[in-house]
Design a protein around this ligand. Structure first.
Ligand SMILES: *[C@@H]1O[C@H](CO)[C@@H](O)[C@H](O)[C@H]1NC(C)=O
Ligand SMILES: *[C@@H]1O[C@H](CO)[C@@H](O)[C@H](O)[C@H]1NC(C)=O
Ligand SMILES: [Zn+2]
Length: 494
C-alpha cells in the first residue's frame, strides 16, 4: 500500500477541524433576541456593590451568573472571599466570586476570562432618561446601569462559549471564568483569592483576558496598558474649632490658606508635575510608541467639543494621547471640611483635608512616590512657618499595568478584529486603573490582554449608560473568533 504524503494527512486533519466561523456568526445573529433578553434579566438585578442595602441583590446576581454557567455544563464554584467591615464596625458577607471551567481537552491551551457583574449606583433622579434597571432599547442602543460595564461583555463571553457548544464544535481552547461582584468598590477579597488559587484554579491557565474597558472611537481596539493611581489625603489642623472670620480673621493662621498654598506647589499651570523625582522616573517615549499614537484614530476637535472646553493642555493628538495614557498627572479632587454649601458663610474652617491623586505609569513605584510627595509637601509647608499641623497619607497605591504587545495574544487579537470588523484595531491604553490586571500579572506571570467591546461613548459610571446592540453582537463574534485565534498561537509556536 502506498503511504499518503504527510501533507494529505495534515490537510484531512485541517478539514475536520475547519473553523466554521460563518455558522457561528449565523448562530449569534439568529439568537440576538435571546441575548438581549438575558441582558435584560441581568440588568434588572440592582447589583450595586457600593450600597450595602443592595447586598442581597448582589448575592442573587452571583447566583444567577453561576446558574447560567452551570446550565452550560461548566464546572462552577462560588468561592467564599470573606467579609467586609463597614464603617460602624459591622461585618457583611462579600459576594462570592464565581469560577467556572469548560475544559475541552487538557492538551489545549487554557484562557481565563475575568469580568464583573456588580455595577455603579443608578437612580432615575440622577438624570437618567429611562429606568436604569429596566433595559430599554432606543435607536439600536441598549440603555441600563451596568450594560457596558461589565454585564454585556461578560455575557458576550458566555454566549461565545455557548455558540460553540450549540454547534457541537469543540472549544478551540479551554475556557475558564473568574467573575467577581465587588469591582466597583475595589475588588475586596479578590487579590487574596488570586494568590490562593495561583497553583490550583490558575495553575494551568496560559492566558488571561479582560474585557472591562472600551474603544477610543468607532474603531475596535486592543488595550495594552492602564495607569495606576496613588491617592493622597493632606490634612491641616489649626484652631480647635471653626471660627468666625469677622471676629477672628486676621489673628489666626488659617489652615485653608496653608492648604491651598501647598496644593499649588504640586503642578504648574502648564501641567508640569513639580514634585522632584516623579517626572524623571517616567519611562521615555520611544519613536516606535510615538508612531503607534500617530496611527490611532482620534479627533482632537471632537474630544474638545465633547468636554465643552475652549482649550486643552496639548493641541496635537500624540501629546494628548501620551498624557492620557503614559504620563503621570496630578488631580485635586476635593477638600473635606471646606465650606461648600450655597450662600456666604463667613467661617474659618479649623481642619481641612484635601484629596488628590497622581496617576501612575511605568516606571513609577507607589512606595517611592509616597515618600517623595510626603517629603515635598512637608517641606513646602515648613517654608510657610505655620504653627498648624500637616498630615499626609497615601490612601491608595495602585501600580500601572503594561502588556507586551509582541506577545502572540495581541497578534491573535488583531486577526480576530480583522476577521469580524475587517479593519486593523487601534492599539490603545486606558488612562484609568484596573488593578486586577496588575495583580494577575504579578501573581501568575502569564500573558494578559484586554479586549474591549464597549463603545467610546457608552457613558460608564454616568447617566444613561448604554451598549449598542451592534457592539454586543459583534463583540460576541469577536470573542468567538478570538478563541479560535488564541488556539493558533500554540500551533505556530509564537
Ligand atoms: C444564592 O445561592 C445560595 C446557594 O444555593 C443560597 O443559599 C442563597 O440563598 C442564594 N442567595 C440569593 C440571594 O438568592
Ligand atoms: C420597563 O419599561 C417598559 C417600557 O417603558 C415598560 O413597559 C415596563 O413595564 C418596564 N418594566 C419594569 C419592570 O419596570
Ligand atoms: Zn468595570
Amino acid at each position: 500500500m502506498k503511504l499518503l504524503p504527510l501533507s494529505c494527512v495534515v490537510l484531512a486533519f485541517t478539514v475536520v477541524h475547519a473553523f466554521r466561523y460563518e455558522d457561528l456568526v449565523e448562530h449569534v445573529d439568529s439568537h440576538q433576541e435571546q441575548y438581549v433578553q438575558v441582558l435584560r434579566e441581568w440588568v434588572a438585578v440592582e447589583s450595586d456593590s457600593s450600597d450595602v442595602s443592595k447586598r442581597a441583590e448582589l448575592h442573587r446576581m452571583m447566583n444567577m451568573t453561576a446558574d447560567k454557567l452551570r446550565a452550560m455544563g461548566g464546572d462552577v464554584m462560588l468561592v467564599d472571599v470573606g467579609e467586609q467591615e463597614l464603617p460602624d464596625g459591622q461585618m457583611l458577607a462579600l459576594p462570592k466570586v464565581v469560577t467556572a471551567q469548560f475544559i475541552s481537552n487538557p492538551q489545549k491551551p487554557t484562557v481565563c476570562v475575568y469580568g464583573h457583574v456588580d455595577v455603579q449606583p443608578g437612580k432615575l433622579e440622577d438624570g437618567w432618561a429611562t429606568e436604569p434597571y429596566n433595559l430599554t432599547e432606543i435607536n439600536g442602543n441598549l440603555y441600563g446601569r451596568g450594560v457596558s460595564d461589565n454585564k454585556a461583555p461578560v455575557l458576550a463571553w458566555i454566549h461565545a462559549v455557548e455558540a460553540y457548544q450549540a454547534l457541537n464544535m469543540e472549544l478551540p481552547v479551554n475556557v475558564k471564568f473568574i467573575i467577581e461582584g465587588m469591582e466597583e468598590t475595589g475588588s475586596n477579597g479578590l487579590d487574596a483569592m488570586i494568590v490562593a488559587q495561583k497553583d490550583t484554579f490558575l495553575g494551568d491557565v496560559d492566558y488571561i483576558i479582560i474585557s472591562d474597558c472600551g474603544w477610543l472611537s468607532l474603531r475596535p481596539a486592543l488595550t495594552y496598558g492602564t495607569r495606576g493611581n496613588c491617592y493622597f489625603s493632606a490634612e491641616i489642623q489649626g484652631p480647635k474649632q471653626d471660627l468666625h472670620s469677622g471676629v477672628y480673621g486676621g489673628t489666626v493662621i488659617e489652615p485653608m490658606t496653608d492648604l491651598i498654598g501647598i496644593l499649588d506647589t504640586l503642578i504648574s499651570p502648564t501641567g508640569k508635575i513639580l514634585i522632584p523625582g516623579i517626572r524623571e522616573a517616567v519611562a521615555p517615549l520611544s519613536d516606535e510608541e510615538w508612531k503607534t499614537y500617530q496611527d490611532i484614530e482620534f479627533d482632537v476637535e471632537n474630544f474638545k467639543n465633547k468636554l465643552g472646553v475652549s482649550e486643552l493642555m496639548y493641541n496635537n493628538k500624540v501629546d494628548l494621547l501620551a498624557h492620557m495614557w503614559r504620563y503621570p498627572t496630578v488631580s485635586i479632587h476635593g477638600i473635606e471640611g471646606a465650606f461648600s454649601a450655597p450662600g456666604t458663610k463667613t467661617v474659618i474652617p479649623a481642619k481641612v483635608n484635601a484629596k488628590f491623586s497622581i496617576r501612575q505609569v511605568p516606571n513609577l513605584d507607589p512606595a517611592v512616590v509616597e515618600k517623595q510627595v510626603s517629603e515635598y509637601l512637608q517641606a513646602a509647608f515648613a517654608r510657610r512657618k505655620s504653627p498648624n499641623k500637616l498630615k499626609v497619607t497615601m490612601l491608595i497605591g495602585a501600580k500601572p499595568w503594561l502588556a507586551d504587545t509582541q506577545h502572540g495574544l495581541y497578534e491573535a487579537g488583531k486577526k480576530a478584529v480583522k476577521r469580524v470588523f475587517n479593519v486593523e484595531p487601534d492599539m490603545i491604553r486606558e488612562g484609568g486603573t484596573i488593578p486586577v490586571a496588575r495583580t494577575f500579572q504579578d501573581v501568575t506571570g502569564k500573558g494578559i490582554i484586554m479586549i474591549p467591546i464597549g463603545g467610546f461613548d457608552d457613558g460608564i459610571h454616568s447617566q444613561n449608560e448604554k451598549i449598542s446592540r451592534y457592539n454586543y453582537l459583534e463583540g460576541t463574534k469577536l470573542f468567538i473568533a478570538y478563541l479560535h485565534e488564541v488556539a493558533q498561537i500554540q500551533k505556530s509556536g509564537v
